[in-house]
Write a protein that binds this ligand. Structure first.
Ligand code: AGP
Length: 592
């Protein structure tokens, strides 16, 4: 989940460009940052903390040369300190490596290397790599072969970029189960974990596959397969513009992305005909199984309610990390739908690789060219644009839009597609009411615990509201099916405890109101999300975030999440937390 960048530039100093690129990857980890460039020795600047903090202590871009590598870290092995920050070097400071992933057999390798006299400076798994490369270069192999020989020795997942003073002017990159893309500009060449990092410099992108190696030098980019043979790779022209990955006048990416949701839904609705084509090619599906993590899992839960209510199709939802233990019932008549914003989540990819052996697979994904898009049989793209904030917002509503389009085409409910086109307007109405939600956030920012309740289609919305709150405010927030409260959690409701009740109109309305009564009777402060004409709910609530009364229960999960995202965002801001970079989390979770 770290971020890596490498570049060779025709005319410019590399370090300032590497710093600017790596800032765009900070959503992948912000425990430490580092840059290295080669000259007669490897020059390194690195420190712990977010880039803005590290920059106060270390002049990160004060390094010579027109090429180098850089890294932002999300710690796995070794606490976030300067010595554990990447790049890591060999004994003589001639080789430097940045790494995203985990080396599973590093302990054994480290013991062997230490017994051969190698001196380690960090507690990371990564450091075995420069020492192994050093060992092979000392035996007379060139950098590329030494990297290949190192790969034969390490187990685990990696995206690596390596430089050496013995072969200045060259960067060797490899990937296995961690993302890496290559950018081919006009005399400027890049590798990176993700497209937005280098989008300002080039939109000509090559996607590396597992086992492939890229060699960057002044002459350009060469990609080789596992056997070391040169291979031709397609260059993809990326349509995202650099401004899409900027804050555009907003204080944080998260609030910008919340505001982009009406457009994200509109753009994703344009995928309708592509989805229809896929649906027409699906034959004999008797069962659906959704697989995902986190927010994408909540989008999947909505899928279950939708597919079961529209078509009566048996639908399971499995957390990707649990898939290996509970997927035995899948067969060739099961359509397994994976939802992943990044398309790189390790748990989801592992489940996808298992599922495709016996079932039809479809992935709903935001990142073009990501690993999931290359592994699933069918691919549906969410058109949310790049999402930088760690908390998923616009990608969630776009995922839901795809799930609804799939269900509409499978059930031939074209009236549902028409309903979906109204959603952007409903979202804009909530965004226009943002100041009111900010005031509610100020009132409740010091609460210790929050509960979120909902029934039916509103239950996953309650779960997602609770996840957003936890993620970016560090307040304990739990989502419950409203009817479950009396089976245990009600014991936790006391005077003044905030309970967010999601009460869409429709079938479940009255029953949810009874649950609202139950918590009110125990002193809870009810903050509700409900229809503007729902006078009873208004009278039961301390605060109410109102939604357009035209919103039908069936599509309510898409607009009804917006006030909950805003509530979490403003509580985070009021508590002085950076909502874009919540502690301990990263945007793309590439470890199991
Ligand atoms: C959402 O706010 C979280 N950051 C997280 O739960 C995320 O949804 C999860 O890690 C899955 O990621 P994916 O959609 O990229 O697979």
């Amino acid at each position: 989940m770290c971020g890596i960048v490498g570049c060779i530039l025709k005319d410019d100093e590399a370090a300032p460009v590497l710093l600017e690129c790596v800032k765009k990857l900070e959503y992948r980890g912000y425990d430490s940052v580092g840059i290295a460039t080669p000259s007669s020795k490897i020059n390194i600047r690195k420190d712990k903390g977010k880039i803005s903090e590290a920059e106060k202590n270390v002049k990160l871009s004060d390094l010579p040369g027109n090429m180098g590598i850089a890294h932002v870290r999300w710690a796995t092995h070794g606490i976030p300190t300067q010595k554990n920050a990447h790049p890591h070097t060999d004994c003589n400071g001639k080789i430097a490596v940045v790494h995203n992933g985990i080396i599973e057999n590093y302990k054994e390798l480290k013991n062997n290397l230490e017994s051969e006299g190698h001196i380690f400076k960090s507690d990371t798994d990564t450091e075995v790599i420069p020492h192994l490369i050093e060992k092979f270069m000392d035996q007379g192999f060139d950098l590329e072969i030494a990297v290949r020989k190192t790969l034969d020795m390490i187990n685990g997942s990696y995206a690596l970029a390596v430089i050496s003073t013995d072969e200045p002017g060259k960067i060797v990159g490899v990937r296995k189960e961690s993302p890496m893309i290559v950018g081919k500009g006009d005399g400027d060449y890049f590798l990176a974990s993700d497209v937005p990092a280098i989008l300002k410099h080039t939109n000509n992108i090559i996607y590396l596959e597992d086992g492939e190696m890229v060699i960057l030098d002044a002459d350009g980019v060469t990609v080789k397969n596992v056997l070391g043979e040169i291979i031709e790779k397609e260059i993809h022209i990326i349509e995202w513009t650099p401004d899409m990955a900027e804050k555009g006048g907003f204080d944080h990416f998260m609030i910008k992305e919340i505001h982009e949701q009406p457009d994200a839904v509109r753009d994703t609705l344009m995928e309708s005909s592509e989805i229809e084509k896929i649906v027409n090619n699906l034959g004999g599906i008797e069962r659906i199984c959704f697989v995902a993590c986190g927010t994408s899992y909540h989008a999947s839960l909505i899928g279950k309610y939708l597919f079961e209510s529209l078509m009566g199709l048996p639908t399971d939802v499995i957390l990707a990390s649990e898939f290996q233990y509970s997927s035995k019932a899948m067969d060739e008549k099961t359509l397994v739908i994976f939802i992943s914003q990044s398309g790189e989540t390790a748990d989801t990819l592992k489940a996808l690789r298992t599922a495709k052996k016996r079932s039809e697979t479809l992935v709903i994904v935001n990142v073009v060219g990501s690993t999931a898009t290359r592994e699933a049989k069918h691919v549906v793209f969410t058109r949310a644009g790049p999402e930088i904030g760690v908390a998923a917002t616009k990608t969630y509503v776009s995922q839901l839009t795809c799930v609804y389009l799939l269900a509409a085409h499978m059930s031939k409910r074209m009236d549902l597609v028409e309903e979906l086109h109204k959603i952007p307007k409903f979202m804009v109405e909530v965004l226009d009411n943002e100041d009111y939600i900010h005031r509610i956030a100020k009132k409740y920012k010091d609460a210790q615990d929050f509960f979120f309740i909902g029934r039916g289609f509103s239950y996953p919305t309650a779960l997602e509201g609770a996840l957003k709150l936890k993620e970016i405010t560090y307040i304990h927030g739990e989502g419950y099916a409203a009817g479950e409260l009396k089976h245990g959690p009600l014991a936790l409701i006391d005077d003044g405890v905030p309970v967010v009740a999601v009460v869409a109109p429709g079938n479940i309305h009255d029953k949810t109101l009874s649950n609202v009564e139950e918590v009110r009777a125990r002193g809870a402060h009810v903050i509700s999300v409900g229809s503007s004409d729902d006078e009873i709910l208004k009278s039961e609530s301390k605060d109410m975030m109102v939604m357009d009364s035209e919103i039908d229960e069936l599509i309510s999960p898409i607009p009804y999440i917006v006030p909950l995202q805003l509530l979490a965002y403003y509580i985070s801001v009021e508590k002085g937390i950076d909502p874009d970079k919540p502690k301990n989390l990263a945007k793309c979770v590439t470890v199991e």
